[in-house]
Design a protein around this ligand. Structure first.
Ligand code: GLN
Ligand code: ZN
Length: 757
């Protein structure tokens, strides 16, 4: 009896094998043939690994050279006109990465994960055509090594929903054309075997769908499910519940629904509907997007609840979503503390979990080692609740007894005192924090990490860089200076490495886009600050100048949103712990004379829930944790924050609630259009809308910046405005940065003089 299922498997490979193969091919060091062979080896390894771990339903077409939504665009021949002369692999990689003549397609975040897909561009004269080769070949390839796969396809409604229309038309006008290609595709698939399972990923169904989109579901799945009697259709959703869509799907002749019971517990509410429909339920109970070991007892309890409605023969145990969102395996992590390693599970380990949990659920015979694993699991879960490694009583008590949750003074009073204290002019100039990371700085950090240079040598290198940054900023006449962040490899990792409760791995890479992977920190236990984080660098920088140096921290919400976060307490609680740690840092900074402190919340928006009903709760704890982080700031300590966005329409009141004195944002690419919301809502606090785009090496002219500042002045008064670039400068080169900032300062002088004369 086939009883367990994996939505999809990571494709990047155990040691980022696909990344290496792709980059060799892109740089011309290997041929396409070599890349294809390597891809085939990776697929085979992954299929066999799943089979050997006891997985019954294994996917094909979950592999991709870059992204599976891009693969679907190729499948349907959705090719923007600027690429029309290209073919095959040249076309494929040009769509993803651009080429000399044409810009790449846009890339955007896959729901609330850190994976990015290539946005399909659909135009009125699109020439839809079926190109099923990849799908058919992958199926045959798996079968040649004895594995009958289920075939993963993008759901049509999700694919179109994530597309953009070049002509500003309703993308769903193309639904019937695409549906007929999918019908053709299913016919081809039906010839491959006696019986085949096809999984349609309809991730969009977990959003708040309007009635129009909901009305498309029945006709689409009625049609697809009727194409061939030997095809069984699974519709898969994840990251949230999909009850509105699920109810409709139950009225169609699909075979099974695959639902996420880890991140969408409301899916439990439709168990009785599923029971009535007599359809198969693929229950996602092993977390596919976080890295903590499943608690077997808790999972069996959850499955017992499900079994009260769903008959055993209609139940299959699964990952909650594709395992693409977790790293490959713990096996190579020989530097990780064993107690921490014991509570983790990456993709390979999750396969075992799925297999064991399905055996426990269906009371199948466990092997001796599996029995041991179950006993061990209980011990580990109990230990996790008590061990000092994960629980820090001091932090817990401090949080319980907190009486100061936010700053005591009102903004109106603060800003008066601050203006008096700092005496800064209107249109004060500053930057967002980082300056170009030179090869020398990177090398010094790397050598210090490997213990190949002493602390003294390392610190001297950093200090020299800071000296240069400070003198440069003074020389060109910026008003508020920064130290340049040479000591930081990454704005989250830097803080994670200094705080308690964080762990770092050697190989736990997760695909972010294409060959690009990230290795997020792991928050495994209570977070605390046992030593200073930034004070010595900030005070050193301040000692080099009589101008104000702005301290630089990463905010609690951003640290949280860019890490793997423990699943045994609420995220809000973890955010509070980080905030508390930062509040001590801010207090120490101000005691050391750093009176302007920026708390970056670059990823504030990324944590927004998929369902609007959950937004209020997120905003509440996100804002509360920011307020707690800055709660110790005195009336004359000015708190800045920075966000890498320009679109504030939906969240403006939340931003205001964060109660920072100054916020810097990215606006240069939208002129003053997106700024208007600040005026509309009567936003009172100070604001630094970026005046030039830092994402390109182009140096903005003085004239351009003057124009941009004047645009800002059409919307907001000069006493409310700061002048700065869009974001940090660490990815840029010094010559561009020097010229750009010189121009920025000159532009401000021109505007100031023009206004006063
Ligand atoms: N202070 C950080 C920097 O300047 C902010 C980066 C960001 O917003 N992503 O690099
Ligand atoms: Zn930014």
């Amino acid at each position: 009896m086939s009883k367990n299922y994996v939505i999809a498997f990571p494709r990047i490979g155990e040691k980022r094998d696909l990344k290496i193969a792709l980059e060799l091919y892109w740089s011309g060091e290997s041929s396409y043939e070599t890349l294809r062979n390597e891809a085939s080896n990776i697929r085979k390894k992954h299929w066999l690994e799943q089979k050997e771990s006891g997985i019954d339903f294994i996917s094909s077409n979950d592999f991709s050279f870059y992204d599976n939504i891009l693969d679907t665009s190729i499948l349907l021949n959705v090719i923007p006109a600027r690429f029309k002369d290209l073919k095959d692999e040249e076309l494929y990689f040009a769509l993803a990465r651009g080429n000399k003549e044409a810009a790449a397609c846009e890339m955007t975040k896959w729901f609330n994960t850190n994976y990015h897909y290539i946005v399909p561009e659909i135009s009125k004269d699109a020439n839809f055509e079926l190109n099923s080769k990849k799908i058919i070949e992958e199926y045959k390839e798996a079968k040649s090594i004895g594995i009958k796969t289920k075939i993963n396809l993008s759901g049509i409604i999700t694919y179109l929903g994530l597309s953009k229309s070049v002509d500003n038309e309703d993308v769903y006008l193309n639904l019937n054309k695409i549906l007929s290609l999918y019908v053709e595709l299913l016919k081809e698939i039906s010839l491959l075997d006696d019986e085949i399972i096809v999984q349609f990923d309809e991730a969009l169904f977990v959003k708040d769908l309007d009635t129009k989109t909901l009305s498309l579901i029945k006709p689409v799945y009625d049609t697809l499910a009727k194409v061939s009697s030997n095809i069984k259709i699974v519709v898969s959703t994840y990251f949230e519940h999909s009850n509105e869509a699920s109810k409709i799907l139950l009225q169609t002749p699909i075979w099974a629904l695959s639902l996420d019971f880890v991140h969408g517990s409301d899916n439990l509410l439709i168990l009785d509907d599923i029971k009535k429909s007599n359809k198969v339920l693929i229950a996602g109970v092993v977390d596919g997007r976080n890295i903590f070991k499943s608690d077997y007892e808790a999972k069996v309890n959850l499955l017992n609840i499900i079994k009260q409605s769903i008959k055993e023969e209609n139940l299959i145990i699964s990952s909650s979503c594709s395992l693409l969102h977790v790293p490959y395996t713990l096996d190579n992590e020989d530097k990780l503390d064993t107690e921490i390693k014991d509570i983790l599970a990456f993709a390979r380990e999750k396969l075992k979990e799925i297999s064991i949990i399905s055996k426990l659920c269906f009371k199948s015979e466990l092997s001796k080692s599996e029995k041991e694993e179950v006993v061990n699991n209980k011990i580990i879960q109990d230990k996790r609740k008590l061990s000092k490694t994960f629980n820090n009583e001091k932090v817990q008590n401090e949080l319980k007894n907190l009486n100061k949750l936010q700053r005591s003074d009102k903004y109106e009073d603060r800003i008066k005192v601050q203006k008096e204290f700092f005496k800064y002019e209107d249109l004060t100039t500053t930057t967002i924090g980082s300056f170009p990371q030179t090869p020398e700085v990177r090398k010094s950090r790397r050598l210090y990490k490997k213990n190949e240079i002493s602390k003294e040598v390392y610190e001297n290198d950093m200090k020299e860089y800071i000296n240069d940054c400070i003198s440069f900023q003074e020389e060109i006449g910026l008003d508020v200076l920064v130290h340049g962040e040479p000591e930081r490899n990454d704005m989250v990792e830097y803080f994670g490495e200094l705080l308690e409760g964080f762990a770092f791995t050697q190989f736990a890479w997760v695909q972010s886009y294409g060959s690009r992977c990230v290795k997020p920190p792991i928050i495994y236990g209570d977070v605390s600050r046992e030593k200073e984080l930034t004070v010595s660098w900030a005070t050193y920088a301040q000692s080099r100048t009589s101008k104000i140096v702005k301290g630089m921290l990463t905010g609690p919400v951003t640290i949280l949103n860019w890490s793997f976060v423990r699943d045994d307490i609420k995220k809000a609680e973890v955010a509070k712990q980080i905030a508390l740690a930062l509040s001590h840092e801010i207090d120490d900074l101000q005691k050391a004379g750093i009176k302007m402190i920026q708390v970056d919340e670059a990823a504030f928006k990324e944590g927004y829930p998929l369902r609007s009903s959950n937004i209020k709760a997120y905003e509440k704890w996100a804002v509360d944790s920011f307020r707690l982080a800055v709660s110790k700031a005195h009336i004359d300590t000015q708190i800045h924050t920075h966000m890498c966005y320009s679109q504030f329409n939906d969240i403006i009141s939340t931003i205001e609630d964060m109660d920072a004195d100054v916020i810097t944002i990215e606006t240069s690419r939208s002129g003053n259009k997106l700024l208007k919301i600040f005026k509309e809502v009567g936003y009172k606090k100070e604001l630094g809308p970026g005046v030039y785009d830092i994402h390109s090496p182009r140096v903005p002219s003085v004239d351009e910046i003057v124009k941009q500042i004047n645009l800002l002045l059409e919307v907001l008064p000069k006493k409310q405005l700061w002048i700065n670039p869009d974001c940090g400068l660490k990815t840029r080169k010094w010559p561009e940065v020097k010229q750009s900032l010189k121009n920025l300062v000159e532009a401000v002088h021109i505007v100031r003089n023009a206004k006063t004369s």
